[in-house]
Design a protein around this ligand. Structure first.
Ligand SMILES: [Zn+2]
Length: 372
């Protein structure tokens, strides 16, 4: 399925036409609280007056959304007979909306309904308001059941259309912009070297890297313009398209526990892992010619001559934006073992280099020490 990309620089004209063409009568609007402050939020709430599409709002979910929230949203969607879903928000809103789309198709009362998910039928439109996750371009969603992470991956479950509206990024705090910027960059780098990478995913990943490196000095500063916002939205979206094919690798497999344990934003945790992982891989991979080619491609996209320089550049950027910090320089064996035990084994299968338990112990030691 080809995803339709719509830009908002024409006062939502094209977007409105697209919505009309779907012929829907009632939309379930999945959104977070921040949407109400945005122009696009007001535009969506006005759809009944504009084109006669009723809006049913669903906001009853939190970051790291629980399965109970999705069940509530899916029941509401059914009860109100919504024939379209619009997600406006960050990664959580996207994930909830994607899961609602799947859940409305099955008998949610059945104990094992999760193992029986089929492709959804309702049109799903995504409007990302925090550029970074790229979740609007992927077919996977993460929700939580009894505090445990559940990955819901259904191949066809990609939003049919995405509205990129650069105005949504205008009010984001710099700290949040930094975390999402580096998340997108980590997605692109990991995607390039993933064992599942294809010609298409590499093209998206390298384009992401080029855009991010070029827009970084302005996007992450007070001088940021609407053009820089659009560049960031597009880069995060391309990174999403890349990982939709390739998935992420060891960096993301290692970072989740750091987020919960040290209260780090996801993008910063992913970055801290990658900053140590990349040079470590170079040490280990010298003899691997195939891997060298991928590393070289990343280096070129970053404007560097060698992969060693590119890994250095990543660390430099992380330091420049205050993202490097020693999390726990005196880490004991118990903490290292806890972190090593948390590595997502499924994601490791996408990683191009075999890493042992001892490798992870060493990597976490370096990460916690913040060796910069
Ligand atoms: Zn990420």
């Amino acid at each position: 399925m080809k995803q339709k990309l719509i830009f908002a620089d024409d006062g939502y004209e094209q977007f409105l036409e697209y919505l009309k063409s779907l012929g829907a009568r009632r939309a379930l609007l999945v959104h977070g609280s921040s949407m109400l402050k945005l122009e696009v939020g007001q535009f969506l709430l006005n759809l009944p007056q504009q084109i006669g599409v009723d809006i049913v709002e669903f906001t009853d979910f939190a970051p790291n959304p629980a399965i109970e929230s999705v069940l509530k949203g899916a029941s509401l969607c059914r009860e109100k007979q919504c024939d379209m879903i619009i997600a406006c928000g960050g990664g959580s809103a996207m994930d909830v909306a994607k899961c609602i789309r799947l859940f409305v198709e099955v008998d949610m009362g059945r104990e094992d309904f999760l193992s029986d998910l089929k492709s959804g039928r309702l049109p799903l439109i995504a409007i990302p308001t925090t550029a970074g996750t790229g979740s609007e371009a992927t077919h996977f969603a993460v929700i939580y059941k009894d505090g445990k992470k559940l990955s819901i991956a259904e191949k066809g479950n990609i939003p049919q259309a995405v509205l990129l509206d650069e105005k949504v990024l205008a009010g984001l705090p710099l700290r949040q912009k930094k975390a999402t910027f580096f998340d997108a960059l980590c997605h692109a780098i990991e995607s390039c070297w993933s064992v599942n990478a294809t010609e298409e995913s590499r093209t998206y990943a390298k384009e992401t890297i080029r855009i991010l490196i070029a827009s970084e000095p302005r996007y992450l500063s007070e001088e940021c313009t609407m053009a820089d916002n659009m560049a960031m939205l597009l880069a995060a979206h391309y990174a999403g398209k890349a990982i939709n094919i390739s998935k992420t690798t060891a960096g993301h497999a290692m970072c989740y526990k750091l987020t919960s344990k040290f209260g780090l934003p996801h993008g910063q945790a992913a970055l801290l892992c990658l900053v140590e992982l990349w040079p470590y891989m170079l040490e280990k991979a010298r003899a691997d010619k195939g891997l060298e080619g991928n590393f070289q491609e990343i280096a070129e996209a970053m404007g560097e001559n060698s992969s060693l320089e590119a890994a250095g550049k990543l660390r430099e950027l992380a330091a420049k934006h205050g993202m490097l910090k020693p999390l726990c320089p005196e880490a004991d064996d118990t903490l290292i073992a806890e972190l090593t035990g948390s590595v997502n084994v499924e994601r490791l299968q996408n990683h191009p280099l075999k890493l042992s338990e001892a490798d992870f112990q060493e990597l976490y030691r370096r990460i916690l020490k913040g060796n910069n």
